[in-house]
Design a protein around this ligand. Structure first.
Ligand code: URA
Length: 191
């Protein structure tokens, strides 16, 4: 089965999931979107209000920051896949509970298996902790690590630049370096 079909099936399973209470308070699920053959997978924490309304990840204020960062990296948003650890919005944007993260884990795992990216970029400590348990994102951001078959580059969450403007410079430097790494890795694969 081609990637797009498999991802659509996973999205259907997410839509009908009742494994945790978030589906009751959310408007709809936000399975993720982007290129089904993406080499770069970006993973946020959970949908916010705008994402809940649109059914799409990173379309609100954090999404605007992410768009700017992708521009800095020289990577078109249309070429990456963007998903979240948790697929329904937690009420009042509270942090997802461990049970909610656990209930959603199989979906992210299946998305990763289908997309099979070269690079995974978790945004913020919740997403990063999935690959690097106990990570201190304040010191580990931007540093590529080999985890399983992937190069994982943990980043500060783009939302941190909204309430702490100096984080924007940190994010821009990390995404610029990510762009260089991405093109190097793509070049290595093409040879
Ligand atoms: N923050 C996230 O972590 N994910 C989104 O989709 C939007 C904001």
């Amino acid at each position: 089965m081609v990637g797009a079909d498999s991802l659509a099936l996973i999205a259907d399973d997410i839509r009908t999931c009742r494994a945790c209470p978030l589906c009751e308070s959310a408007t709809q699920s936000v399975p993720g979107s982007g290129a089904t053959d993406a080499r770069l997978l970006i993973i946020g924490e959970a949908p916010g209000a705008h994402e809940d309304k649109a059914g799409m990840p990173f379309v609100g204020a954090s999404g605007k920051v992410l768009d700017k960062l992708l521009h800095v990296a020289g990577v078109a948003r249309s070429t990456v896949f963007i998903a979240n650890v948790v697929k329904h919005r937690p009420p009042q944007n509270r942090d997802p509970l461990p049970a909610e993260v656990a209930a959603c884990a199989q979906f992210l795992q299946r998305q990763i298996a289908v997309i099979n990216p070269l690079l995974i970029v978790p945004l913020g400590r919740y997403a990063a902790a999935r690959w690097i348990p106990g990570i201190k994102i304040s010191s580990a951001h931007g540093i590529p690590q080999h985890v399983a078959n992937y190069i994982v580059v943990p980043m500060l969450h783009p939302a941190t630049a909204l309430y702490q403007p100096r984080n924007m410079a940190v994010l821009e430097a990390d995404f610029q370096a990510l762009g260089v790494l991405y093109r190097t890795v793509l070049g290595d694969v093409a040879q």
